[in-house]
Design a binder for this molecule. Structure first.
Ligand code: SF4
Length: 318
């Protein structure tokens, strides 16, 4: 961790690992989600809009190699960048036949791509796909990161938001990913209406105990055309204040294992069609507020990371 940083900042970690600034290039695949097509559930998570998570990507009908080339050419020219992460961002990118999956992944392997990041769901992690990714990792000397949506470890809340999987499937997915030497980044929403501070602490403790490598934190983004949007309009729940969100992020970081890399502290989303988005405040202002509050409190990632490895024994026989 950089001495000036109070948590393990993603950009700094990338610089340390790859020796220079690395840019993440979003790729859009023609894929859906088992929580939308009836396999795991219908209608999707109650906050998920029609286009899933990837509002900044190129069309899914453009071949992977071309999407990469177009975006890399732009970023290379603008920032003089040399190394890139191919990021399969939208929907559930392992929810494809193995043959299609292999074809798309292979297209992303080029000399200037140092890492492949794949967003997916815990119920779409299968050994055959992981085995292929392990082969790619070895053949091309790549890092492979699986980005798993979890949102919360509270399995009652998982049911309320209609995730279509529980905590057990998440646990199974992370252990399988580890078996193949791949890395895991977990996505969480720290202000789900049915979660409280105890859930946020348990999020951090659970992920730390599991030994995941990275986290990405989001605040709730409520779209008009979603089930959650309707609930919000009918005032079926309240959203915590921005200061309370800042407090939850700090609490989460204090309980988090110090080595875990933090990709984000707050989500970024388009304001159009949204009913609630970051308290109508820019994401970077909220990030600045978190940094400021951490300095005021002399808070840092891992400050309260003392609960594993036989804590009671250690206390008793100190
Ligand atoms: S798993 Fe992702 S893509 Fe599928 S419904 Fe939920 S948020 Fe949307």
């Amino acid at each position: 961790m950089d001495s000036k940083e109070r948590y393990r900042v993603y950009s700094q970690y990338l610089r340390e690992r790859y020796g220079e600034k690395v840019y993440k290039i979003p790729i859009n695949l023609p894929v859906t989600c088992p929580n939308r097509d009836g396999t795991a559930g219908c209608g999707g998570c109650i906050f998920c809009g029609e286009e899933g998570a990837g509002f900044e990507t190129l069309s899914k009908f453009i071949p992977v190699a071309e999407q990469l080339e177009t975006n890399i050419a732009y970023i290379r020219k603008k920032y003089k960048a040399q190394k890139f992460i191919a990021y399969f961002q939208n929907y559930t990118n392992t929810y494809l036949s193995l043959m299609d999956f292999e074809k798309y992944m292979a297209e992303a392997c080029r000399e200037d791509v140092v890492e492949i990041a794949i967003s997916t769901r815990p119920d779409c992690i299968h050994d055959d796909y992981l085995k292929y990714l392990q082969e790619l990792k070895i053949r091309y000397n790549l890092t492979i990161t699986i980005e798993l949506g979890l949102q919360t470890v509270n399995y009652h809340t998982l049911k309320k938001i209609n995730r279509g999987h529980t905590l057990a499937e998440f646990l199974d997915a992370v252990l399988r990913i580890k078996n193949y030497g791949l890395e895991t980044c977990v996505h969480l929403i720290l202000n789900l209406p049915w979660d409280d501070e105890a859930d946020v602490i348990e999020d951090a403790k659970f992920l730390s105990a599991l030994g995941i490598e990275q986290v990405k934190l989001h605040s709730l983004y409520i779209r008009r055309d979603t089930v959650m949007g309707k609930m919000y309009e009918q005032r079926e729940f309240e959203i915590i204040s921005m200061e309370e969100y800042v407090h939850r992020v700090i609490l989460f970081l204090e309980y988090l294992r110090p080595e875990v890399v933090v990709q984000r502290l707050i989500g970024r989303a388009p304001e159009e069609n949204s009913l609630f988005c970051n308290w109508n405040t820019s994401w970077w202002k909220i990030k600045d507020r978190i940094d400021e509050a951490m300095a005021e409190l002399d808070s840092f990632q891992g400050k309260r990371f003392d609960y594993l490895h036989g804590r009671a024994l250690r206390e008793k026989h100190r």
